[in-house]
Design a protein around this ligand. Structure first.
Ligand code: AMP
Length: 607
């Protein structure tokens, strides 16, 4: 419980479009407005002509007219080594985010004068190490003590009160904001919240809808007045504002009107805008984006190994979920309406405050343990043998698979590749591609002093530990000598050379734009030079034949069948059914995936 001495703690939704701060008061989360009673702060920063930093609504108003003095959606750049030019100065994305956080801090400073303030800040479930670390740094630059970084869907579930319920429920969090779309499936079981699967599109949101409507309005004006208003900066800014307001109207009404007597001047005459748009027309304009969100909804439910009718509750987050199409289509797809007890603009901040309150004891201790899911696979570079037995480097062996429940610790064993190999380089990567060159490098370290032995004799155990704050610890231990080396991945980007940083940046950008389509062919030129003594070979993947998988499956089924306890038995039965189905499919990849997840479940049961 609260000891009266602990510092105040806040929850912060640091959003791409808007940001919100919340606290716990009287045992309940509540958002905190600024002196003008504004709760939602547009995540836009302006350096004005006097060099003063302005954050929020006024900065947003200057966005289109003063593009070189304003910056929006800096969240997209978090964790990248890019700098942002603003008012003739260059800034790191962390510094810009810190300005937004500092503005939010002013909302609560009157409540907590001259005190250190702790913060729980949310990030999208897909954020990687570098992005989480950058967010933490931004919080610290803004003067907060960052207590925890949590995933946005987990925060949303907390806001909807899913932290002290009994029994097992599956929740789908559909988050459509201004610039991004995220969808996650969360399992709520005996007070534990766990993100089972998460996906999304980092370049899909309400802004796209505004600009689509701007295009439609501009085309009408071009047909009438023979001029493209998008080429005039001020007219473009006005059109964008008009489009967004029409979009909002269309969430409440089936038609929207707009009239601007002088949008711009052309050949000495005023160009006016008179627009009438129906909801049907607007929906037709934006349906490719909306349909894509539903496709991702289907994918995430599948990835969580559930069917639509197993989802108990639908939670809406983000301003764009006010568009009626979203609610209607989710209702049709799941046979139930989304919950509407929490304002979708505030859900994430309120949930972050709940997490803060649980931490500080302001919300009474419940049995809740907020667990989460690894947003990417993490693993190391290995060599695999070709059909002549020659080791080929550059393959990726994931040790923690994407969507594994965290915190997690996992160890895999690897062997030396060449005779008399005395060193092993452990290269750590994050990503999903079978070749490491297409994944995101997190750093590397050497394990030295191995006794010279024939290839394949010396064994090395590599352990990955991934915690709730998204920090990865890697250790490698020589089985024969006990010699151990390791690294904590949060420094990986700092240590990298500028070239490596640039490479990582490009890689992460490639990762961000959905799947990379790369040639998986083994490169014959890449056969390891037998003198190269810093490689390891993957013990598992190459030798893991179908029979071994089936044997492992039988063993797991036996263990699952012995599980006791009312609620666990139901889950264990589901896992047994999934294992049987995976075996019946004859697909080793599928069976391996289910085996890994069922093993996680068993480990969780034993914890
Ligand atoms: P968020 O990123 O969650 O703050 O969401 C901001 C986005 O929600 C912006 O694109 C807004 O235009 C959009 N939005 C806010 N209210 C509405 C509404 N009533 N109807 C449609 N979109 C809205």
């Amino acid at each position: 419980m609260k000891d009266g001495m602990s510092p105040p703690i806040v929850g912060i939704d640091l959003g791409t479009t808007n940001s919100v701060i919340a606290i716990i008061r009287g045992g309940h989360p509540e958002v905190v407005p600024d002196a003008n009673d504004e709760v939602i702060v547009p995540s836009v920063v302006l350096v004005d002509l006097d060099g003063k930093i302005v954050v929020g609504r006024d900065a947003r108003a200057a966005l289109v007219a003063m593009p070189d003095r304003t910056i929006a959606a800096v969240k997209r750049k978090m964790g990248l080594p890019d700098t942002v030019q603003l008012g003739g100065q260059s800034w790191r994305p962390e510094e810009i985010s810190a300005m937004i956080l500092r503005k939010l801090r002013t909302h609560v400073e009157l409540l907590f004068p001259d005190q250190e303030i702790e913060a729980v800040i949310t990030v999208p479930a897909y954020f990687n190490e570098a992005q989480r670390r950058a967010t933490k740094e931004a919080g610290e630059l803004a003067g907060f003590r960052v207590e925890r970084i949590i995933n946005e869907p987990t925060a949303a579930a907390l806001a909807y009160g899913f932290y002290n319920l009994r029994g097992e429920r599956y929740l789908l969090v559909y988050d459509l904001g201004g610039g991004t779309f995220d969808v996650s499936v969360i399992r709520m079981s005996d007070g534990a919240l766990e993100v089972l699967a998460s996906t999304g599109d980092r370049a899909l949101g309400g802004e796209d809808f505004d600009w689509r409507l701007v295009d439609a309005l501009a085309e009408r004006i071009m047909a009438q007045a023979g001029v493209d208003p998008r080429e005039d900066l001020a007219a473009r800014a006005t059109l964008k504002e008009v489009a967004e307001q029409m979009k909002w109207q269309l969430s409440d009404k089936t038609t929207a009107e707009a009239s601007v007597p002088v949008l711009m001047m052309h050949n000495g005459r005023p160009v006016r805008l008179d627009a009438h748009v129906t909801r049907k027309q607007f929906e037709a304009m934006i349906s490719p984006w909306l349909e894509r969100t539903m496709q991702l909804v289907d994918e995430v439910v599948q990835e969580a190994h559930l069917s639509a009718d197993q989802i108990h509750d639908l939670l809406l987050v983000g301003g764009s979920t006010r568009i009626p199409w979203v609610r209607d289509h989710l209702t049709n797809r799941f046979g139930k309406a989304p919950l509407n007890t929490v304002d979708p603009d505030l859900a994430v901040a309120l949930g972050a405050a709940v997490q803060a309150g649980l931490k500080s004891g302001q919300i009474p201790e419940s049995t809740m343990v907020a667990t989460d899911v690894a947003p990417f696979s993490m693993g190391i570079a290995v060599a695999e043998r070709d059909w002549l037995g020659r080791p080929i480097p550059g393959f990726y062996h994931p040790i923690i698979s994407k969507n594994t429940t965290i915190p997690v610790a996992r160890t895999d064993r690897f062997y030396t590749v060449v005779d008399n190999q005395t060193e092993i380089e452990v290269e750590v990567y994050q990503g999903e591609h079978p070749r490491v060159s297409q994944n995101f490098s997190l750093g590397s370290f050497l394990v030295k002093g191995l006794p010279p032995k024939p290839a394949g004799v010396e064994a090395i155990d590599v352990t990955f530990r991934y915690n709730l704050n998204g920090m990865l610890e890697v250790k490698a231990r020589s089985v024969s000598t006990g010699e151990e080396m390791g690294m904590v991945v949060q420094d990986a980007l700092d240590r990298a050379s500028p070239e490596a940083l640039e490479k990582s940046r490009q890689q992460i950008e490639a990762l961000a734009t959905t799947l990379v389509d790369q040639d998986d062919e083994v490169d014959e030129d890449a056969v390891i030079d037998q003198e190269d003594d810093a490689q390891i070979v993957d013990d598992g993947a190459a030798s893991q034949g179908w029979d071994a998988l089936v044997r492992e499956k039988a063993r797991l089924v036996r263990e699952l069948a012995q599980i006791q306890g009312h609620k666990l038995v139901a889950s264990a039965r589901q896992w047994i059914a999934q294992l049987e189905e995976a075996e019946a499919s004859g697909e080793s990849e599928r069976l391996e995936a289910v085996l890994n997840e069922a093993t996680d479940f068993l480990i969780d049961c034993q914890l």
